[in-house]
Write a protein that binds this ligand. Structure first.
Ligand code: UDP
Length: 323
């Protein structure tokens, strides 16, 4: 199948492109490389250096790719940054994203697969979280993704653009070739592993006074290879709707740091800092819907195994794609 992948030079997109190419699909990557890296694009894929803000360029790329499906990863995805620069999130994730949606309708693309997030829920009424929980985001990042989800619903209903939207929990881990390299790193696991590698003196724990057993935030970490696998399943005809993607197990910040100590065998110094604005205390997925309807089961259900793949990649690429 011809597939266009936006954000295919980014962290999750790169591994999805790798799996799509491996499965024999013809992949075109569209990326503006502000967050992504050219070296993260699987050499089997065609690369188009373009920005979603370029409406005509996006429409042309969709047509030239002959895309039967679009996988839309390109976005800004930092909770903290969104609290200080919401304009960036609504512009890049919503307004520019709409250029892609319109191009998809115009080119009669059969399937649109969207990277959404558990941040669309806000602090949940209960965990594990099912897809039918109310969505009340507490940061502009989650709000921007929720707005796009709503647009998808209407584009499907009115224009017939079939979609699958995946609400990722915390993406983590690496494939053998592709891993996590953000130019400004704010995510927990890569920051902790930087300390293990001796590239940073200590890692911050943002908030130790949450109402959780050890006072730190709880998240559900899911391997990017498992996320990619769900996307490939979403391409099957007739599949549509919203799906949580997570392991169904929550780990606190302290537990993640401990897992990193164990896997790396290195001491990791921590320092407690104030809470980071916009962080819900506890997010854990119920991903039974994806299991039942897509036959999706994570191959990396254990945190230690996820961290081990990340550690392996970071050890081999201490400077990420800048090597
Ligand atoms: N976190 C932390 N120190 C860091 C980075 C993150 O304590 O250096 C915490 C953060 O406050 C959140 C959790 O780790 O509670 C996961 O954060 P991350 O940025 O990895 O993902 P998010 O859940 O924000 O998407």
């Amino acid at each position: 199948m011809n597939v266009l992948v936006t954000g295919g030079a980014g962290y999750i997109g790169s591994v999805c492109v790798e799996q799509l190419c491996h499965a024999g699909h013809q992949v075109t990557v569209l990326d503006n490389l502000t967050e992504g890296h050219r070296a993260a694009v699987d050499p089997r894929a065609r690369f188009v250096h373009a920005c979603l803000s370029d409406r005509a360029g996006v429409a042309r790329a969709v047509k030239e790719a002959g895309a039967a499906a679009i996988l839309h990863f390109a976005a800004n995805a930092l909770v903290g940054e969104s609290m200080t620069n919401p304009a960036k999130y609504f512009r890049n994730n919503v307004a520019w994203g709409q250029n892609l949606l319109d191009a998809a309708v115009e080119a009669k693309v059969g399937k649109f697969v969207f990277s959404s997030t558990c941040a669309t829920y806000g602090p949940p009424e209960r965990v594990p979280m099912t897809e039918d929980l109310p969505q009340r985001p507490i940061n502009p990042y989650g709000e921007s993704k929720l707005m796009f989800e709503k647009m998808l619903t209407w584009y499907q209903r009115v224009y017939g653009l079939e979609f699958v939207a995946f609400r990722y929990f915390n993406a983590a881990g690496a494939s053998e070739k592709f891993g996590e390299h953000h130019r400004v790193e704010t995510h927990l696991i890569p920051n902790v592993l930087k300390v293990a590698l001796g590239l940073a003196p200590e890692c911050a724990i943002y908030g130790a006074d949450y109402e959780t057993p050890d006072g730190t935030c709880i998240r559900d970490y899911i391997h990017i290879a498992d996320l990619a696998d769900a996307h490939i399943r979403a391409l099957e005809p007739g599949r549509t709707g919203f799906y949580n993607l997570g392991n169904g197990e929550g780990y606190s910040v302290r537990e993640v740091i401990q897992a990193c100590r164990m896997i790396s065998g290195r001491p990791i110094k921590t320092v407690e800092k104030p809470r980071r604005p916009g962080d819900p205390p506890r997010l854990v997925a119920d991903a039974e819907k994806a299991a039942h309807e897509l036959g999706w089961r994570p191959r990396f259900p254990k945190l230690e195994d996820i961290v081990a793949t990340a550690w392996d990649w970071h050890r081999r690429h201490p400077n990420g794609y800048s090597d």
